[in-house]
Design a protein around this ligand. Sequence first.
Ligand SMILES: NC(=O)C1=CN([C@@H]2O[C@H](COP(=O)(O)OP(=O)(O)OC[C@H]3O[C@@H](n4cnc5c(N)ncnc54)[C@H](O)[C@@H]3O)[C@@H](O)[C@H]2O)[C@@H](O)CC1
Ligand SMILES: [K+]
Length: 477
Amino acid sequence: MITAERMAAVDENATALGVPRKQLMESGGNAAARTVRDVAAPDDSVALVCGRGNNGGDAFVAARFLDDYDATVHLLGRPETITTDIARENWAALERGEYDTRVVRDSRNLDLGDPDVAVDAMLGTGVTGALREPERSAAAAINESDATVVAVDVPSGVDADTGEAAGVAVDADHVVTFHDAKPGLDDWDVTVADIGIPEAAELFAGPGDRRVLTRPGDAHKGDFGEVLVVGGGPYTGAPALAAQAAMRAGADLVRVACPRAVAREVQGFEAGLICRPFDGDRLTPEDLDHVRALAAAHDAVVFGPGLGTHEATLAAVREFLADYDGRAVIDADALQVVPEVDTDATLLCTPHQGELRGMGGPSADDWRDRLDAVTDFAADIGHTLLVKGAYDVISDGTASRANRTGNPGMTVGGTGDVLAGMAGALLSTQEPADAATLAAYANGLAGDRIVDRQGYGLLASDLLPELPRALWGGRDE
Ligand SMILES: NC(=O)C1=CN([C@@H]2O[C@H](COP(=O)(O)OP(=O)(O)OC[C@H]3O[C@@H](n4cnc5c(N)ncnc54)[C@H](O)[C@@H]3O)[C@@H](O)[C@H]2O)[C@@H](O)CC1
Ligand SMILES: [K+]
């Protein structure tokens, strides 16, 4: 089962893998034609009723695979208004090939004839709201005809995620939907057609996974959250890196709760960082009132960078989590307390494999074997896991993804703090698994770009200025 939003992400990931959408449209059109063949007799007439988006484009392709039928392609609207290049190219191929094409400029001119089979390729996953003209009249004409109706991807007018129609919708006899079942199409006679999307487009994080984010140009204050980093003690750089990464990842506000002595150093890294220090030189249960009050005022907490493993510190983490019910990224030394704590918090844990074993989690040498094992362990502990490795494995306990950006140069200290901070910023507005996937992807991509440019020898702080482009993509992508 796949939602329209996720389908768009997978499609973009497929393009990044070298399987562009035009190729998928060719497969989709071919699959639609095969469904028509299943229901049509040899001399049947076929009316392909096409919208101006890619759903229509699928039927332009299908027409080429239905040469031996009496097939007519009706385009609803002027060819110049076709919305995508690939649909326009496929329309142009029909015209050059002298197929039987009709342009319907006005719904009053719509004449489907009396087809044996009608192909509904007006709207697919791109539908918004009730059908407008001429699609509305065309849907009514299709529904009133005696034709057997084959809908391409989604019956026009129906929302593929909810099954709801805002008004008139095509009443299809068969639906040929692409790649995977759609949640809203349960009540229809659906064939799922494999259109050659590589498994890797679903499994591996890719540029399509950025679609959950609002692009900075459209963003408003408050679209991103406020993040609290709790860290520092024996280590001072870690909370500073995590906090700066959260800022680069677009958090509206980042504050650092750390020992007073650490605060001075944190601000030395970046004057814009706001510290809310506590007394002493490490986190202890005595600081919890301070930390709890702060945490309650933030959308996500990043717990762990540089905290150390002192018994009192781990006791504080344990006590904090026991009555925290917000969102938190748990990294580094704080990870080991997670399995023993009963908490209502939504946690995103970011262990490397050694830390995963320390949590009582599985060990598997091959990342493929890790996919299911990590899912089972995430389900066990009831939290989302981002297990770092050459291939990162991400799971919320229901399914797993992998990320293969990143390189051996990133084993240098601090890159995990950058990842945790970015994950915290994303967790403040996104689902935990989406936040984890995107953080892993962007962190690795940032590192890959640095190494491509300058070779190995990167510092964790080098990643910071690369994060925005890795997260949102650049104009050149
Ligand atoms: N995502 C993928 O990987 C693939 C998608 N394909 C096809 O692409 C389709 C999605 O294409 P698009 O995103 O171009 O969207 P659609 O073709 O579903 O619809 C987009 C067009 O419909 C118009 N529109 C939206 N709501 C309307 C309404 N209520 N009344 C009248 N017009 C309306 C829009 O202005 C736009 O012109 C899928 O359903 C599928 O058929 C295939 O080509 C194969 C691969
Ligand atoms: K359709």
